[in-house]
Write a protein that binds this ligand. Sequence first.
Ligand code: NAD
Length: 508
Amino acid sequence: MTELAAPPVEQRTGVKRISHWIDGRSVAGESGRSSPVFNPATGKQTGALDLATEAEVDRAVQAAKQAFETWRTMSLAKRAELFFRIRELIHERREEVAKILTAEHGKVLSDALGEVTRGLEVIEFCCGLPTLLKSEYSEQASTGIDVYSIRQPLGVVAGITPFNFPAMVPMWMWAPAIATGNTFVLKPSEKDPSTSLWTAELLKEAGLPDGVFNVVMGDKVAVDAVLNHPDIAAVSFVGSTPIAKYVYETATSKGKRCQALGGAKNHMIVLPDADIDMAADAAVSAAYGSAGERCMAISQVVAVGNVAEPLIEAIKQRIPQVKVGDGMDPASEMGPLVTKEHRDRVASYIENAPGEGATVLVDGREGAPEDGFFLKPSLLDDVKPGMKAYEDEIFGPVLGVTRVDTYDEAVGLVNDNPYGNGTAIFTRDGGVAREFQFSVQAGMVGINVPVPVPVAYYSFGGWKASLFGDRHIYGPEGIDFYTRGKVVTSRWPDPATSKVDLGFPQTR
Ligand code: NAD
């Protein structure tokens, strides 16, 4: 009798194994350590993620290092052509990746598609790479001497990304990094890693040479291996502030270039002259979209003067209309949170709010679907500095309202906050809006726009504890970050005129 081989683990358990992508192929992890991946809408484990060792990270870096030698020599025209192909493929297959993303992150499909589309805009920007890499030339800087600048890639660069935008945030990094001639190692979030593997396969299909884009799955071990690796020239990070600070300090202490984007506490100021319905629509959309798991979500409304009562009333009217459910259901407008731990942590802010002196106007724990990691939209009033609900980045569907008497108090709150990612003002007064734009301490400002994520040809980044480093991400600053300048001074003199001159070179 022939013995039948046991079916693969994934067939037996329904849990798929998720591994690394190195040098153009899927590579099974060897550490023996793994991390569970869930479908947040059901609460069921769907994946087991291999967690990389230092040696596995090194393997990816060596593949990238080797690929760099030829990748950096590819002409700009060919690289641009490849980027157009990548753009077309992702656009054609965006629904496929949106489903993979929703199944692990939980956000609703329309939101997942929106994320892919905003990421695609960064790729479209990168299609113009020949123009982006144009440099300057000064003829006759001195007699018979020309001076010109060129920008060259750094080599192997790495990206470490958060769970909340598993497609878009990696695109913010790999697209400009690769377009400018670098090779790339991505360490995605361990909570929703499959989108990165989908991207790796698609890039290969588009014709990207093996080794140019690699993915290592992992936790702190992999992150530390990236930060300490001598062959990685630069690290881009997006995630929470404590880890961003750690990544920035460690990477720069090893001589690497680093941009580390952190957390946020985004305030939306509503002035008494604002259109109440418009402001309420904006607050509800920006607070509860993607279940509040956006670094540009509005988590705090600052109601100035007598706007508080009608504004709160208008927000309260809208909250019950938000359809909460499985992100795969086209009727759902808000999905679950990413993990049970995160859901419970977010719920604890509602639990503790009354003890801190805040008022729970809408409690999202009531009536939330029981399967999965759901929490419905919640609204807290009388939230003030000093309370945990005010100080912490909650990163869930909990909107706080702070009441103040004047515009100056409102802008003071934003400026005193340790974070400075995004902020918004709702008003019909152009003069006040102009003053706000001028004096507010934040990197991204919305005027009657609640989620002011810059378009792809500007750069994205916050101030204060929302960004460590001096370059914002994507757009022109992204191109700068992934390239370094070289200035060439050249002359073609008649050798007969040559002589020794120990004086300092003069231009006149
Ligand atoms: P996180 O900081 O927990 O994780 C981000 C990355 O760091 C992941 O890849 C994770 O594996 C790794 N990591 C986690 N703990 C680590 C440790 N101790 N040592 C080394 N590496 C570690 O963030 P998250 O929960 O995945 O994402 C949510 C956070 O990201 C929020 O704070 C949000 O504001 C922030 N975020 C910021 C932006 C921005 O542009 N500023 C954009 C998206 C998300």
